[in-house]
Design a protein around this ligand. Structure first.
Ligand code: PBG
Length: 315
């Protein structure tokens, strides 16, 4: 028998977004490999705390509980939003697959169907992400940016309650919770670069099983997405920045080339380092992607990007 009797246990956070994306990955695995997959709901610290993301002290608040379950054998593999995954590799764990990326852009959901350019001066925009605040402030210093927490539904609720005039969220996340009707504008990468890894999902498991009994997970790996997010995450790692840093990075494969764009923007939008660079994707794509990210980051550091990151971390 090629298909195991016991379904594989996929660990996921409990939020509607997490369970929706985890179910999509579970279905893709079953479609491509015939392996049955069962969701195990895990509560994470990031889900229960009301603290601002920037005050939680470091990266990984959403992934630690899942990783504990992987290491203790409570689950077989976990699905993470790649942008929530720290760039440092975790001891004993491996990224067995990175699935085909969903729309990586950020989206605006505003009262009265307004576009970003139609928001009146002083309008209140809710977002807890320093990357979003910095890039938005660079475009519209005349708006007021306030932190906001909670899942997508809670954040969208703040508009109806009159607390904010608009919120900015990942388009992919809104799609996963069925809230695309709330989107009134979408930011192109030329205006605002997404978080490294935004829109992509990672399947993580014990390193010792990735080439063993869980080798079938490679069936949902997507090579072009893996190359793109490798380049983006290398920029973040080289800048010694975490997921709460004002760093945007986006790479895409086009006509056989991997094009990487990145921006580091001061929290008030007053200062920015933006660069882009591309490389041919023939040969070892993973190696080309990481050297592309490293070279771009070095250029940016030469222009003071590391200082902007360090200053932002002190605020
Ligand atoms: N930090 C929370 C988080 N992690 C992943 C997504 C969106 C989906 C994705 O990028 O895959 C979100 C919500 C948001 O940024 O609006």
């Amino acid at each position: 028998m090629t298909v195991s009797d016991r379904p594989a246990r996929l660990g996921t956070r409990r939020s509607p977004m997490a369970t929706s994306q985890s179910q999509a990955v579970a279905d893709a695995i079953t479609d491509r490999t015939g392996t049955r997959v069962e969701l195990e709901l895990i509560t994470s610290y990031g889900d229960v705390t009301q603290a601002r993301l920037t005050q939680l002290g470091g990266t990984g608040v959403f992934v630690n509980s899942l990783r504990e379950q992987l290491l203790s054998g409570g689950i077989d593999f976990a699905v993470h939003s790649l942008k929530d995954l720290p760039t440092a590799p975790a001891d004993g764990l491996a990224i067995a697959a990175i699935t085909d990326r969903d729309d990586p852009r950020d989206a605006l959901c505003a009262r009265d169907g307004r576009k970003f350019s139609d928001l009146p001066p002083g309008a209140v925009v809710g977002t807890g992400s320093p990357r979003r605040v910095a890039q938005l402030a660079a475009l519209r210093p005349d708006l007021t940016y306030v932190p906001i927490r909670g899942n997508a539904g809670t954040r969208l609720g703040r508009i109806a309650e009159g607390e904010v005039d608009a919120v900015v969220l990942a388009y992919a996340g809104l799609a996963r919770v069925g809230r695309l009707d709330d989107v009134t504008d979408v930011f192109e990468p030329e205006q605002m670069l997404p978080a490294p890894g935004q829109g992509a999902l990672a399947v993580e498991c014990l390193a010792s099983r990735a080439d063993g009994d869980l080798a079938y997970l490679a069936a949902v790996d997507h090579a072009a997405t893996r190359a793109a997010v490798t380049a983006e995450r290398t920029v973040l790692a080289e800048l010694e920045a975490g997921c709460a840093a004002p760093v945007g990075a986006y790479a895409e494969v086009h006509d056989g080339r991997l094009r990487l764009r990145a921006a580091v923007v001061a929290p008030d939008g007053s200062e920015a380092v933006r660069r882009e660079r591309s490389v041919g994707t023939g040969g070892d794509a993973a190696a080309a992607a990481s050297s592309l990210g490293r070279e771009l980051a070095r250029e940016m550091i030469g222009e003071g990007a590391d200082r902007i990151v360090a200053d932002a971390a002190e605020e």
